[in-house]
Design a protein around this ligand. Sequence first.
Ligand code: 5GP
Ligand code: MG
Ligand code: MG
Length: 183
Amino acid sequence: MSRTDYVIDELISAKAIAARVESLAREISTYFADTDKLVVVGLLRGSFIFIADLVRELDLPVEVDFLEVSSYGNATESSREVRILKDLRGEIEGRDILVVEDIVDTGHTLRHVLDILATRHPRRVEVCALLDKPSRREVDVRARWIGFEIPDKFVVGYGIDYAQRNRNLPHIGAVRFIEKPTA
Ligand code: 5GP
Ligand code: MG
Ligand code: MG
């Protein structure tokens, strides 16, 4: 008998993340320099650490809000709809929005989120994603700012989970499954 276990191989160090967050924040601050008060929208739960670090480096007045959407299950077919689990608290009509996402993978989640936000008539919506897996894209959606492009690996850490674990890892690692004999 054996059970499946896993190890985590470091992919991006905490130091590299911190340096990248700083440079992203500089670019974003310049881009939104003429904005009254930017609404930073974090997509729960994976972006919570990224957004916390990013907003502290922004040289801008910001408001912080959160949106949580359901991810489509494996079994659910082509439409790949997402549902709002937790909506924004604030109105966004006429506002400048920065959506902060952990990973853009197939792109379906981000596409739906942008469609939902567009129905509320914000002035401008841009996206900052910590990680991008361009090789996995199924719909044409792009983040204006990307922290790191990564290969098609399942990653955890820095807010990102595997079965609700490993969000508290300070770095980003790739999950590697191993067969382990049981006692
Ligand atoms: P998409 O809709 O672009 O396929 O997927 C978006 C969401 O799937 C991401 O925001 C993230 O929550 C989840 N996801 C995609 N790749 C990974 C990964 O490597 N690890 C984890 N934990 N979640 C992922
Ligand atoms: Mg996500
Ligand atoms: Mg998840």
